[in-house]
Ligand binder design. Structure first.
Ligand SMILES: C[S@@+](CC[C@H](N)C(=O)[O-])C[C@H]1O[C@@H](n2cnc3c(N)ncnc32)[C@H](O)[C@@H]1O
Length: 253
């Protein structure tokens, strides 16, 4: 009830009320593209604006109005196998990557929410990233075992589903030291992955109980504020050289 009221207030007041519920943190922040309520779209657009990203790929799009059309990158393409999806490539992400020759600045993974598929989507996206590019992923912080169930349908209904996506991400947290990885605690958990260095997670990641026991370490969970500190906006100390600096920064990681 309280969370319903806060959600309503937040909508009426354009996101100024900060609070936390099962989806993560809610509130408005100064992103590089302006002041916005924090969600997956604001995080993608912050990075697009900050690093001058041009080429955006969305895996799992459904309706373009929900996210795809609101991304400010110059070139956007989308992949989704559902017959009624508004996708540029009406096929699975595996089929897309097997024929793809393009490279991308930023990939948003939000297709089939199983650990195996998300693992392959990360692997294939890394191979299709430009230098300095990054991957964002949706649904990495399921709040309960029910949200983290294997399949979408539950007793004939379709309640909120984060699936086992977190397990595909967690395998890279455990096995790959040459990546920078964390999950922002917003909008069901938005993951960030790019080439870099990390201390791999040493423990078990096989079940939802493992996630429950050590959520913050497995995911490397950070706040929206932490995310903004890792990718500081350069809007306030703008100089005529900034556009040049930003272009150069894309190749420095
Ligand atoms: C949660 S929706 C995407 C929502 C959208 N990204 C947004 O934020 O508004 C997930 C979509 O993934 C699609 N999907 C399912 N399996 C897929 C696969 N193997 N490859 C790509 N997309 C897939 C589904 O058809 C569905 O439309």
């Amino acid at each position: 009830m309280t969370s319903k009221l806060l959600r309503w207030l937040n909508r009426r007041l354009n996101g100024v009320v900060g609070y936390r519920d099962e989806m993560g943190t809610h509130g408005t922040y100064d992103f590089s593209h302006g002041r916005h309520a924090a969600d997956r779209i604001a995080l993608v657009n912050h990075l697009v604006s900050l690093y001058d990203y041009d080429d955006y790929l969305e895996i799992g799009v459904r309706r373009k109005a929900d996210m795809h059309d609101r991304i400010i990158a110059r070139n956007r393409i989308s992949v989704d196998p559902a017959e009624d999806a508004e996708a540029d490539f009406n096929m699975t992400s595996d089929a897309f990557f097997s024929q793809n020759r393009k490279v991308f600045d930023i990939v948003f993974i939000d297709g089939l929410h199983t650990g195996e598929q998300v693992y392959r989507d990360i692997e294939n996206s890394l191979a299709a990233l430009k230098p300095g590019g990054c991957i964002l992923l949706h649904d990495l912080n399921p709040p309960t075992a029910q949200h983290a169930r294997e399949i979408y349908e539950l007793d004939g209904a379709y309640p909120a589903w984060n699936g086992t996506s977190w397990q595909g991400y967690a395998r890279f947290r455990k096995e790959e030291p040459n990546l920078e990885m964390y999950v922002v605690d917003v909008d069901w958990g938005v993951g960030f992955v790019r080439r870099g260095r990390q201390k791999c997670y040493p423990g078990a990641i096989g079940s939802y109980d493992d996630l429950e026991r050590d959520r913050s370490e497995i995911l490397n969970l950070v706040s929206v504020r932490d995310f903004l500190q890792r990718h500081p906006s350069q809007r306030l100390d703008w100089s005529p050289f900034d556009p040049l600096k930003r272009r150069f920064a894309r190749y420095s990681t």
